[in-house]
Design a protein around this ligand. Structure first.
Ligand SMILES: [Zn+2]
Length: 398
């Protein structure tokens, strides 16, 4: 693989008239992959090549990169999955906010800006409609960046995949509540901020609690937190982050599966405790090393709701991947659905999580990276006996 890669680089250098781009293409294979993995660099190279060579080179480089990433999944899932992830602020929240406020009438803008300082302002009679008009414009601005994102369709894919999880799971605890879970799944809805605000039965204040007083500050998503509303709220900034990842649909699939997993906690409590036993037995010291909160006595317990929700993302991802018959495509999509977990991938391996979510190295390395199914999909060797195994819903090693 290394040889073919060198050929491609030579080709790029030969045809490249842009010394700025070519000059940076040097150093280790890892550095080269890092460089070429960035879209803008590929565009620079493409722009400086003849059209046919350009297409051939970029296509071949993409294939080499993809196969390198697949190999890397076995050794270092975080690096493989998060490699393409970029935190570039190409679409800035403040620019969107400024543009949207500029489109409101003076009165509306005054009402909306008052709620940014004090969320209780939202309860004043004239504020809700102004705030809704603001949120709609924010959502529209973001939708224009990628009109192909269809949240309802992604939710359908998640529900179908999670239904297949229930059908294929051998876990006796999950089987016992299968019909309750199916029922809950069928009621799930996904809301953008403005849709959530418009729905009569939702808590309006939740938008500001979850997404920030201006609706844009926090890159977040949440379940409705109301027993009478089966659904989730995806904040505008989270959709923006999904777009920036380069694979918004898969990113949102992984994120929505995680949130729907939280929705199922209340009816799957028994399997939750079986899973906890496995996690605390095998992963307690790893999880403990991630927290800087000395008061956390049992890290496995503190992180368990998130580990449980992540397990749903991984299982839904596995089932979703199985529906894609082309195995190369299936491997790609599988990687992309996990990128919503790439939050602190650039930090060092044992960086702490946020005392609620384990860090990426646990979320991707243990929850996804130990999955026997994913390991066989990526052609990895079995996990050595000496390494901690992954933990399934019933506490089974998986
Ligand atoms: Zn969560």
């Amino acid at each position: 693989m290394l040889a073919s890669f060198r050929v491609l680089i030579v080709l790029c250098l030969l045809f490249s008239s842009s010394t700025g781009a070519a000059g940076e293409v040097s150093g280790t294979l890892d550095g080269l992959l890092e460089f070429l993995g960035k879209k803008e660099h590929m565009e620079i190279l493409n722009g400086s090549l003849g059209s046919e060579q350009c297409h051939l080179v970029s296509h071949s480089v993409e294939r080499v990169l993809a196969s390198h990433r697949e190999e890397l999944f076995c050794k270092n899932p975080v690096k493989a999955i998060c490699r393409e992830y970029t935190k570039s602020e190409e679409f800035s929240k403040s620019a969107i906010k400024k543009r949207v406020l500029g489109e409101l009438s003076k009165k509306e803008r005054e009402y909306v800006e008052a709620t940014f300082d004090s969320p209780l302002e939202l309860l004043r009679p004239k504020n809700p409609s102004s705030f809704l008009s603001y949120l709609k414009k924010v959502d529209n601005q973001i939708a224009e960046l990628d009109p192909s994102i269809d949240l309802d369709q992604i939710m359908k894919d998640v529900i179908n995949s999670m239904t297949r999880v229930i059908q294929s799971e051998s876990s006796p605890e999950l089987k016992a509540v299968a019909s309750l879970i199916s029922d809950k799944l069928s009621r799930q809805k996904v809301y953008s901020a403005s849709k959530f605000f418009e729905e009569p039965s939702t808590s309006k204040i939740l938008i500001q609690n979850v997404c920030g007083y201006d609706g844009l500050e926090f890159t977040n998503a949440s379940i409705s937190q109301q027993s009478n509303v089966d659904g989730l709220l995806i904040c505008p900034s989270m959709i923006l982050k999904a777009i920036r990842s380069g694979h918004p649909k898969e990113f949102l699939f992984g994120l929505i599966a995680h949130e729907v997993g939280h929705q199922l906690e209340s009816i799957s409590g028994r399997s939750f405790s079986s899973m906890y036993e496995c996690v605390s037995k095998h992963h307690e010291s790893i999880l403990k090393s991630m927290t800087d909160d000395a008061s956390i006595e049992k890290a496995a317990k503190a992180y368990m709701t998130e580990i449980w929700a992540d397990q749903w993302t991984v299982r839904a991802t596995e089932e979703f991947g199985k529906t894609i018959l082309d195995s190369e495509e299936s491997r790609k999509v599988t990687m992309w659905t996990l990128i919503s977990h790439c939050d602190d991938a650039k930090k060092k391996k044992f960086s702490s999580g946020d005392n609620k979510h384990p860090n990426d190295y646990y979320r991707l390395g243990y929850t996804a990276g130990k999955s026997k199914y994913l390991r066989s999909l990526f052609g990895c060797t079995p996990i050595p006996q000496s390494e901690a195994p992954g933990c399934g819903f019933s506490g089974e090693e998986r």
